[in-house]
Design a protein around this ligand. Structure first.
Ligand SMILES: [Zn+2]
Ligand SMILES: [Zn+2]
Length: 409
């Protein structure tokens, strides 16, 4: 098979990998790069099928274009497909509000749904000469790694992975393979242990509440919100959940087989009030704790909460995820200012970042690759791949491709 890329090799965004054999061309992920406005990957030639690893926009954000253009079959787990549609509809809404260009419309999203085929973990669909095998990637509910085999050497495409257990999921096990195409989001960086992150996060929440401040917690709608809600279960205060994370939580509860403990998520959600109306948003704005989207502060209800409290030094904004370059969240971390409806304004609240990552750190990535016992490793989806390549070179041949590179297996 021939392997090449449509985007996302050297940064966290716009990921797409093409596998070709005979007349069959498959695509694995087709995402956008989150920024204002979002950036999209190159348009690919006709593909028969798209296999989605998980429902984050950097892996799925361009896929409706493919549906509209080629009517390609879209494969993914049930929860991945369902959550993806929610995010894609939201992308259209944001593009309309912000006047961003977007390469697809609502009829393409409809086509995406019509052409969707559900995969279960362990299933082995055939497409042309390819056999594809699905495995749990441990990153967010429904996330999948794909083993791709056309009778030659097999290739595993990880999408995003996580190797440590979180409140939502168990970490992934590395699959043995000839070639491992692995994400490198946290190459060169390390995470503190999860338990310590949770502990310091809860300590900060309590400190802010004790001094009479409000706790504003921006969280990604997909995965992070549901985890944070569970971490906050211990805090007995008036807690509110606003934005898309609530809808995604309901999808997770409907597909309880994709999370570790649906009972724990349900119980944690029962401790929150939900914002559904402007009146409820008023109440949430005055409440001690609000968890809301967007996680990188590029839109969503979070900006309204920050706008109201931005001059209050007792209030804290607790960032719970990676802040990609060129996002509002990164600007807040680096400059203390935020783009609030087109105006750059200073924010006087305390700003803290907690490393609730859903990815392995540098050591975790090296160990994952080593345990897969590959002959070759192709590093993608990261901006610090050289450092990682150095540490993997001792046990496998490593590639850090650019977009023009192709590989034969
Ligand atoms: Zn992801
Ligand atoms: Zn990703």
């Amino acid at each position: 098979m021939k392997v090449s890329f449509a985007g996302g090799v050297d940064h966290v965004g716009s990921l797409g990998m093409i596998a070709e054999s005979g007349d069959t061309r498959l695509l694995f992920d087709y995402g956008l790069t989150p920024a204002k406005p979002p950036r999209y990957p190159m348009k690919v030639p006709h593909v028969d099928s798209l296999f989605i690893t998980h429902s984050h926009l950097d892996h799925v954000g361009m896929s409706p274009w493919l549906s509209g253009e080629y009517g390609s079959t879209i494969w993914g787990t049930e929860v991945t497909l369902e959550v993806s549609v929610v995010l894609l509809q939201d992308s259209l809404k944001i593009a309309r509000i912000e006047n961003f260009p977007i390469p697809f419309d609502i009829s393409d999203v409809r086509r995406f749904t019509e052409e969707s085929t559900i995969l279960r973990y362990g299933e082995r669909p055939f497409v042309g000469p390819f056999t594809i095998r699905t495995m749990d990637a441990g990153h967010i509910p429904g996330s999948t790694m794909y083993r791709i085999d056309d009778g030659g050497n097999d290739v595993v495409f990880t999408g995003d992975i996580n190797t440590v257990d979180t409140r939502l999921l168990k970490g992934a096990s590395p699959p043995k393979c000839h070639t491992l195409v692995m994400e490198s989001t946290y190459a060169g960086r390390s995470h503190p242990p999860r338990k310590e992150v949770e502990k310091s996060f809860l300590a900060k929440v309590e400190e802010v509440l004790d001094r009479g401040g409000k706790v504003i917690i921006p969280a990604f709608a997909v995965g992070r919100t549901q985890e944070i809600v569970q971490v906050l279960n211990r805090i007995d205060e008036d807690k509110w959940l606003d934005g898309m994370g609530r809808r995604v939580a309901q999808i997770y509860l409907r597909h309880g087989e994709f999370i570790d403990s649906p009972g724990a998520l349900k119980k944690a959600l029962d401790g929150f009030s939900f914002v559904r109306t402007p009146y409820q948003r008023e109440k949430a704005a005055d409440a001690p704790i609000v968890v809301t989207t967007s996680g990188m502060l590029d839109g969503g209800p979070v900006l309204e909460y920050i706008r109201r409290h931005k001059d209050d030094r007792k209030t804290a904004i607790l960032l719970t995820g990676y802040q990609v370059e060129d996002t509002n969240g990164r600007m807040l971390m680096e400059t203390g200012s935020l783009d609030l409806q087109g105006e750059i304004e200073p924010v006087k609240c305390e700003v803290c970042h907690f490393d609730f990552s859903a990815h392995p750190d540098h050591k975790g990535l090296v160990s994952f690759a080593e345990r897969a016992q590959p002959d070759e490793v192709i590093l993608v989806h990261g901006d610090n791949r050289e450092k990682l390549a150095e540490d993997i070179r001792s046990f496998a041949k490593v590639h850090t491709p650019c977009l023009q590179d192709t590989f034969e297996y």
